[in-house]
Design a protein around this ligand. Structure first.
Ligand SMILES: Cc1ncc(COP(=O)(O)O)c(C=O)c1O
Length: 429
């Protein structure tokens, strides 16, 4: 792992530390530069390193060298995993569950997942055949795409969107077509845009609601229309719902919760965000039986299984009433921080940075377009001049240019101080 090159997100460092870090990265990059004589997989030339990870790496390196920074770039809950979940994992380990486990996932965990889907989304899945336990949501997405995609298939991915949605499709030799989801339409694609981007080769629509980075999600009516569209053109819908339980008003509708939708919809979810369990790497795919059979092969031939003691802890987390209360408390904290940002935005009345209330997830997608600077430059300068870490909106696609992602998965104090510094910085421009 030490050999992985650190990405050079920010090309020009304005102060000494940033320059040193950038120089190190550029040296590393040169060292690991793709050499066309090396016969590597060329798909990777089409993919950039994750800007979010790059930003976190840079901030951690700056912190390690003594800088005081406020990190609002993270997509990881600032809460600890509920201690009772840790105890459940320990107990499972002590009972001997430290060997291979079932690749599909333990039945009790699949039953817990099916119960959650019935309870929260009103959809019934057969735990025996329609659910696969995965190594987090990202592996759920991998197994989903691997199961249905053939090389050269067109995949429609809204822009902006979490970079993995495109990158994974590219790794699997799909042809990604971005569907603009402009700010002017609340970061939801105009319906005509789906029709315009459709080709005879289109096989998959990728959704992620509530969205990373915008927090947006569409109405039930919109999703119904999209399901009708998918049916008319025989498309799969792959729906990443890892932020599904983080919403601030009406509950978002699950993409499979429509008549006849289950047979063409693949649902991905995980315990990472909702249970503060990002490091545990456990999630699931819920899909038609034939898809699950392929996904199971993809899982068996990539990870074998999710660690059995982690599966037991996940089953405990999904079913124990006190853990549901703990997650409700986390949601309440995000809602409080969201209000905090909106209150400060109202108080400071900046015309240079605009904060629209997110509907869900734990991000603000701040609109810096009045400054007419690139989002990379904005993040770089805020890091250097205001000591706050953020993620450039352009990391999520062209429609993210001029925007910056701020995470409220940080303490109230950091969210308040960080956001004030950001607005003050913007007002000085
Ligand atoms: C939209 C989205 N999907 C999936 C993931 C990955 O989730 P997991 O930790 O469960 O793999 C992330 C992580 O940031 C995400 O933002």
């Amino acid at each position: 792992m030490d050999m992985v090159p650190k990405p050079c997100l920010f090309i020009i460092g304005r102060n000494y530390t940033t320059q040193v870090l950038c120089r190190q990265r550029c040296i590393m990059r040169k060292f690991y530069k793709t050499d066309s004589t090396m016969n590597l997989n060329r798909q990777f030339e089409l993919i950039r390193q994750s800007a979010t990870v790059a930003m976190s790496d840079q901030i951690n390196a700056m912190k390690a060298s003594g800088h005081k920074l406020i990190g609002l770039q993270v997509g990881d809950p600032d809460f600890g995993t509920p201690p009772a979940v840790v105890d459940a994992a320990l107990k499972a380990m002590q009972s001997g569950l430290t060997h291979y486990g079932p690749s599909r996932g333990f039945l009790d965990l699949r039953q817990a997942i099916a119960s959650k889907l019935t309870r929260d989304e009103g959809i019934s899945y057969d735990p025996a055949s329609e659910i696969l336990v995965t190594h987090g949501g990202i592996h759920g997405y991998y197994t989903a795409m691997q199961s249905i995609l053939n090389p050269g298939d067109d995949v429609l991915v809204p822009d902006p969107s979490w970079a993995t949605h495109s990158n994974m499709a590219i790794m699997l030799r799909g042809n990604v077509i971005r569907v603009p989801a402009p700010a002017e339409n609340g970061f939801i694609p105009y319906f005509e845009s789906w029709e315009k981007t459709l080709t005879p080769k289109t096989r998959v629509i990728v959704l992620n609601y509530p969205s990373n980075p915008t927090g947006a999600y569409p109405t039930r009516e919109y999703l119904q229309k999209l399901q009708d569209f998918a049916k008319a053109h025989d498309l799969w819908i792959v729906s990443d719902e890892v932020y599904g339980s983080l919403y601030y008003s009406e509950r978002p509708t699950c993409a499979a919760a429509f008549d006849g939708a289950k047979e063409r919809t693949l649902i991905i979810n995980s315990l990472s965000k909702s249970y503060a369990m990002t490091g545990w790497r456990v999630g699931f795919l819920a899909a038609p039986t034939q898809v699950i059979e392929n996904a199971l092969k993809a899982g068996q031939n990539s990870i074998t299984c999710v660690a059995p003691f982690i599966q037991k802890a996940a089953a405990f987390a999904l079913t124990n009433p006190e853990i549901q209360q703990a997650t409700a408390n986390m949601r309440a904290a995000y809602a409080r921080r969201r209000e905090l940002v909106l209150r400060i935005a109202h108080e400071l009345e900046s015309g240079k940075v605009l904060a629209t209330p997110p509907q869900g997830a734990f991000y603000f997608f701040l609109d810096f377009r009045p400054l007419k600077m690139s989002s990379v430059e904005i993040c770089e300068r805020i890091l250097e001049e205001a000591s706050v870490g953020l993620v450039p909106g352009s990391a999520f696609g062209e429609q993210g240019e001029g925007f910056v992602r701020l995470s409220i998965a940080a303490s109230d104090e950091d969210v308040e101080a960080g956001f004030r510094k950001i607005v003050e910085w913007a007002e000085r421009q």
